[in-house]
Design a protein around this ligand. Structure first.
Ligand SMILES: *Cc1c(COP(=O)(O)O)cnc(C)c1O
Length: 378
């Protein structure tokens, strides 16, 4: 089955009992048992719910894994994955991961005795140097936010396997339509489904896919024990979002490529970060491990004032956090998502005050280009 077909025909299509083509929203907490200890597969909706199950089967198929799990947010998904580890365990993780991942590891999970070391995972040597005898996993995010740094998943996974470590990949930016970490050797994939998978800025959710039965048993045990599950209504919204993921990713990808090329030659724009540009240092690697470059672009307009002016003049780019929906969004990382990072560290990373990040939507690209052109002026 090819990618767009799998989005429609993967998982569980419709409802076996009624023939409903769309999986119904099973808005239910408990299930009638036929006799004591004899049920029809569902007992209580924290443990399992048919709508959530349909979503979990679909994401499992899309990522090519063994089992899928749906959570109340991307952070609930990541935290639940980390709850599979024990006090004393250590994780090596990409240094510019999503801020919420950094926060939960350094301010919450550390209190439970799970420690982490942040390194530039784009070079396997840094991962190797950070490993201790307590290391249990390598956690990757690729490409990263906002500078779109790329890590070689296959290379890290191969190395991790040789040391008996798990490889976990946050696949939010690429989605399974463009990047499939399990096929590249990863053991666990995490998503903020709030972004491209939901795709319409109307749901907060997280997904996990694991590669084998042992991890599936552990993950389900944690999911049921901790209980950070996704409700049936939101599960249904994600199934609905996934059906058009292919169309949306193709469109966001081609729009972003056009916009990045336009920005690259514009006199008022400094450095442009987009992995689809030949000059981007992750370009060749992305061509090897993904089927597209995504819809996230960061670029430097020179100063915080210029960034604010650009945002004020734009018509079609909404000033907001988040990303990956049908509408184009814009943000200023230094003042928004990355404001908590000290200014010197931000400068080291390249997150300068004039850096703006756009999440390219699926509007007509000519409108987006004209909008950027008028807002940048000359
Ligand atoms: C948004 C995001 C998260 C967190 O997901 P929520 O759904 O907001 O909890 C994790 N990783 C990445 C890459 C994200 O963009």
């Amino acid at each position: 089955m090819r990618a767009k077909t799998k989005l429609i025909h993967g998982g569980i299509v419709g409802d076996e009992t009624t023939g409903a083509v769309s999986t119904p929203i099973y808005q239910v907490s408990t299930y009638k048992q036929d006799a004591v200890g004899k049920h029809r597969g569902y007992e209580y909706s924290r443990t399992g719910n048919p709508t959530r199950h349909a979503l979990e089967e679909l994401i499992k198929d899309l990522e090519g894994g063994y089992a899928g799990f749906a959570f109340g947010s991307g952070m609930a998904a990541t935290t639940s994955v980390m709850m599979m580890f024990n006090s004393g365990d250590h994780v090596v993780i990409t240094d510019d991961v999503y801020g919420g991942t950094f926060r939960v590891l350094t301010k919450v999970l550390n209190r439970m005795g799970i420690s982490s070391t942040f390194v530039d995972t784009s070079d396997v040597k840094n991962v190797e140097a950070a490993i201790t005898e307590n290391t249990k996993a390598v956690f990757l995010e690729t490409p990263t936010n906002p500078l779109l740094k790329v890590t070689d998943i296959a290379e890290i996974a191969k190395f991790a396997k040789s040391k008996g470590l798990l490889t976990i990949v946050d696949n939010t930016f690429m989605t399974p339509y463009f990047q499939q970490p399990i096929a590249l050797g990863a053991d666990i994939v995490v998503h903020s489904a709030t972004k491209y998978i939901g795709g319409h800025s109307d749901v907060v959710a997280g997904l996990v896919v694991v590669a084998n039965e042992e991890l599936a048993t552990d993950m389900h045990f944690v999911q049921n024990s901790v209980g950070a599950v996704l409700g049936p209504q939101d599960s249904w919204l994600l199934i609905r979002g996934l059906r058009t993921l292919g169309l949306r990713m193709e469109e966001t990808n081609s729009n972003a490529q056009r916009i990045a090329e336009f920005l690259e030659q514009h006199p008022s724009v400094g450095k442009v970060y987009y992995p689809g540009l030949v000059g981007h240092n992750g370009h060749e690697l992305m061509k090897k491990q993904t089927k597209g470059f995504g819809g996230m672009i960061s670029f430097d307009v020179g100063s915080a004032e210029k960034a604010e002016e650009l945002i004020r003049k734009l018509r079609y780019f909404t000033l907001a956090e988040s990303l990956g929906a049908v509408e184009s969004l814009i943000s200023v990382p230094a003042q928004m998502t990355h404001a908590s990072i000290p200014a010197e560290r931000r400068a080291e990373l390249g997150i300068v005050d004039g850096l703006v990040r756009i999440s390219v939507g699926i509007e007509d690209v000519e409108d987006l280009l004209e909008d950027i052109e008028q807002a940048l002026g000359n």
